[in-house]
Design a binder for this molecule. Sequence first.
Ligand SMILES: Nc1ncnc2c1ncn2[C@@H]1O[C@H](COP(=O)(O)OP(=O)(O)OP(=O)(O)O)[C@@H](O)[C@H]1O
Ligand SMILES: [Mg+2]
Length: 629
Amino acid sequence: MDGTDASKAARSRGADGVPAGWTRIGTVVGDASTSGYTFILRSLQGKLGDIVATRVEVPADTDGSKRVATVWGRIVGISRTNPFFPAEAAQELADENVRFLDTVLSGSRDHLEAEVLILGTTFGADPGATQLSPLTYPVKPSAEVFYPGADDVRRLLTGDDETKKPPPSKLHIGSLIARGDVDVSLGAKQVVSRHLAILAMTGGGKTVAARRIIRELIEIGYPLIIFDPHGDYLGLAEKQKLFPKSRIRTWYPMLRVRDGNLGSVTELIEKMGKRLTDAQQQLFLYLLNNTKVTDGEEAADYIRKMIGHAEGIATKKRKKDEHLDEELESIRLPTIQAAKRSLEFVLANLQQMKGNNERLRSQERFKGYDFREMPDPWDSPDDIVSPGLVSIFYLAGYDHLNQSAIVSMVLEALFAHRSTLSGVIPPFQAIIEEAHNFIPSRQEGTDETPSLPTIRKVITEGRKFGTGLVLISQRPSRLDETTLAQCNSFLVLRLVNPNDKRFVRSVMENLSEQDANILQTFGPGQGIVSGQAVRFPLLVKVKFDEDLVSDAIGDEDFIAEAGRWKPDARRKANAESVARNLDGERSSGFSSSAGTSGAKTGTRSAPGTDRRTKKKPGRRGRGGVKPDY
Ligand SMILES: Nc1ncnc2c1ncn2[C@@H]1O[C@H](COP(=O)(O)OP(=O)(O)OP(=O)(O)O)[C@@H](O)[C@H]1O
Ligand SMILES: [Mg+2]
């Protein structure tokens, strides 16, 4: 603030030194400390979450001089008591069934006590001065408490040094719950380099909040990628006109094998398949090592080649061909058949998920959407990340394991480009919806989740290489704690589950107990924002962008849909024929068609095969197909 502004602020003070626009709302009472105080609140003059101010003389230096500090705080609790109506009186009235109004007791002598958490202090003529210091001396009982003017609060919240040019980028997310006239923004720099978590129970307003932040990032042209398991963000593509300076792209997944990701793809095949015996595993490894990869080929084609290879080995075995590799000598024919069936099962699953995604994309509501196959993140990362580009990966139809593999592959490649400073792609922000599926806690079976180590790496090192994350989840307690704790900012909306609340408290260092207690009282879009992206924790009402609401992704009316539903004759006939085939296979006790004759038949017959060959469920408890709609 320059001298002119300071004198303006000083001039705007009244004779008693109270800045213009500030109103008295109460008086400090009881024990005060350097972290909080209580005040008697004049009725209906302040609300939960309000920013209030009081003043106190603090020691200025060692020379014994004093100066006046403005002490800023937030109301974190309000209680109401009436000393003239003690509990005994209430008990008497209840027992005697007497109405309060029929007594001479006073009901108007109640008072409100507000509990305040101190945010910090400012000094000098400027009441919303940007320099905030800790309070070194408690406020004085009997001190007056003020409701400050909106401009001063606004300045305090942003903490902007207005002399700085250009001013730091802000992401406007909404307003204070208690004061619609005070905007709340996140520091863009902190979000893009230090990660943000958006947590809330379902329906709490996570997606609406994420869209708000995405919109703000689009406005500043920041490159974005969005992993979208349900299509919640596809509507952005429809709203392209709102973002004339940006391009919004919708990609569908494609698993391709190449040197850079061979490990992940083979791991995926292994995890998706049936549990293998040692001998089957040996053959599986042989096939992996000896089936030639054509760089960039579709994973499904590679698996098909492995199946063909296994079939070739089986034929040689049957013919007792002497030109078999030495390694294969000890492997018996049934072992080869079993390993082959496992691969067929994986292939069928992959095909089915690809089909699911295709079917979902071709729904009427996505008519006019331009879905394209995702570019190769190793070879063409700049088709995914570039200034003004928003890349949305539509992952619906794939099960969690495959979604996780896709996220892992894309992020791994993009991060490698950033961290090796290849100069091909700019810094970017990745938004990960349903983060509990990509960074599950250990109890959720982390060994099945290829994206966990990738995201851990990105969240730890991303800061150095301009790779920021926004993690969104409705089940915080199912998230990997180490990863979540790396988020430096949090937006926590309505949370009811006690486990989730406890967990959130454990990872958010500066969430007070009072704040944790009000999480369940929030309505949609209301929450607490805290961490490095704001100066101090604030209760915020997220702005709802009406113009981003899209019919294509709005709430479906299932009641109406059920009312007009008719079976699809073609699919029904198909399902009946599958059922007939299955019955035939079951009665013969053997399936030889697993996975080779189309997705449906393959997937349905594969578990039959599994039942016949072994009792155990799939590897690490996995079995059939779990499409994720
Ligand atoms: N900031 C807001 N202002 C007003 N209404 C909101 C706000 N945020 C959410 N809502 C309402 O709540 C509904 C659910 O919001 P949203 O889809 O963002 O929840 P969610 O937390 O993403 O839920 P889910 O876990 O099911 O994905 C919205 O359709 C909207 O009606
Ligand atoms: Mg959502």
